[in-house]
Design a protein around this ligand. Structure first.
Ligand SMILES: Nc1nc2c(ncn2[C@@H]2O[C@H](COP(=O)(O)OP(=O)(O)OP(=O)(O)O)[C@@H](O)[C@H]2O)c(=O)[nH]1
Ligand SMILES: [Mg+2]
Length: 421
């Protein structure tokens, strides 16, 4: 980790993990209660990933957030009462807050206020491993904090055992720190540029081999699939953003070599500036010949997830790449009952069970994308053979584009990819 002045270091460190959190979300017009519930579950999962337990949820039906305090004054009063009464440590908002909203909310609530960006940035910061990912996250976090510095100061005052009242840090000190942060940002940018230059050279060295990149919503099983195919040991766990660094491995299937990369997962409402800061990590996606879009088919919102991923891919200019769709976690799905089973079931039972018609789904997606989706379970290898087959077929297509005379010069010098192993 980079060395900072003591003050800056404190500012940089994520606060000691608070134990309890309340969540706050606005419900937009036309948003069903079910959708809202699922979105809040995701927010609770994110909060949990940061180490806090969400104890209560506040929602308000409102088309646009209040300019000053995000929620209306009545709702804010309710939140405040709850937070004070139950001594909650933090309040998490499902959207981004403007610097003044954050300041006002902290003034009112007197506890740490997180918005979606800060929550995701802190998770990334905890998880980033490589110099590149760390530098990217540090930079994004400082840039995000700069206009919010006064608020962070109150956080720090509290951390130091203060009472939570404002005014601990003088304007002068804040100005000095802003200057410090600005120069830190300049340094980090330069460092990142240097790392990116090396990365670009490294990537250039990989030219001449098909590159396949795993993409998908967070927690769908990308790393699990990567481990299965490459026999690697990348951390895969039931947490959002287990992977922040990308990993590249060489794979040879049926004599055809290719590179497989695992990448950071996407999430809905991923702030654009965060995507920006991950641009170079996302080069793994942009420079791939083939994408494997992994979907957690057991998730009630999997269709939304597909949309979010496709939109994000469009945003980074990778929307048009050939893609294999993998419907993962098929073991957790309730498959359509057989005819006999159906006959022994009431219509109500049938509706309630929420069966998934895999065949219909398969047809619909094959029609849309031209490639039949693969249903599999990466964690126990169900259908991995089918996935391999489809993968080989699609890699071969890309390989043939690179080496039209492939059959004649079948042997490829793999020594150039030694660093991948
Ligand atoms: N039941 C079931 N669980 C799975 C399957 N594949 C992965 N998992 C689990 O899903 C969780 C997430 O898996 P990861 O491989 O870390 O997912 P990821 O897409 O890399 O997630 P991020 O890196 O956080 O974006 C882990 O607990 C896995 O064990 C599957 O086919 N079936
Ligand atoms: Mg992962």
């Amino acid at each position: 980790m980079t060395k900072y002045s003591k003050k800056l270091q404190k500012l940089h460190d994520t606060a000691p993990q608070p134990e309890t959190a309340v969540l706050v979300a606005l419900l937009r017009q036309g948003q069903s209660d079910q959708k809202a519930k699922e979105y809040l579950e995701e927010l609770a999962f994110l909060t949990e990933t940061l180490g806090a337990k969400s104890v209560y949820t506040f929602t308000q039906r409102m088309e646009r957030p209040d300019v000053k305090t995000f929620v209306g004054s009545g709702k804010l009063e309710e939140i405040k009462n709850y937070v004070t009464h139950f001594e909650v440590n933090m309040v998490v908002f499902d959207d981004d807050l403007s610097p003044s909203q954050m300041r006002n909310l902290e003034n009112e609530l007197k506890v740490k206020v997180y918005d979606r960006s800060l929550l995701i940035l802190d998770i990334f910061l905890n998880r980033a491993q490589s110099a590149q990912a760390k530098t990217q996250v540090e930079l994004a976090r400082f840039q995000y904090l700069l206009p919010r510095l006064t608020n962070m100061w109150t956080h720090l005052e509290r951390q130091r055992g203060g009472t939570g009242t404002r005014g601990g840090a003088g304007e002068k000190e804040i100005e000095t720190d802003k200057r410090d942060i600005r120069s830190k940002i300049t340094l980090l940018k330069a460092k990142l540029e240097e790392i990116e230059k090396q990365g670009a050279t490294q990537r250039k060295g990989r030219k001449g081999v098909v590159r396949v990149t795993l993409v998908g919503y967070t927690n769908v099983g990308k790393s699990t699939l990567m481990n299965l195919i490459t026999k690697s040991n990348i951390l895969a766990e039931n947490k959002l953003f287990a992977t922040v660094d990308s990993t590249v491995r060489k794979v040879v299937l049926n004599n055809i070599p290719f590179l497989l990369s695992d990448t950071v997962g996407f999430i809905r409402k991923l702030p654009t500036h965060l995507i920006e800061s991950f641009k170079s990590t996302l080069d793994e996606i942009r420079e791939a010949e083939l994408l494997v879009h992994v979907v957690d088919i057991s998730h009630p919102n999997f269709e939304d997830h597909i949309t979010v991923v496709n939109q994000t891919l469009d945003e980074i200019g990778a929307g048009e790449k050939p893609m294999i769709l993998v419907f993962n976690k098929v073991d957790l799905v309730k498959k359509m009952p057989t005819e006999v089973e159906r006959q022994n079931m009431s219509d109500f039972e049938f509706e309630e069970a929420n069966f998934l018609d895999l065949e219909k789904l398969s047809e619909a997606y094959a029609k849309k994308t031209g490639i039949e989706p693969v249903f599999m379970a990466a964690h126990d290898g169900t259908n991995v053979e089918l996935f391999r087959e489809v993968l080989i077929k699609e890699v071969k297509k890309q390989h043939m584009k690179m080496y039209p005379h492939y059959l004649e010069d079948e042997v490829i010098d793999m020594s150039q990819f030694k660093d991948m192993e």
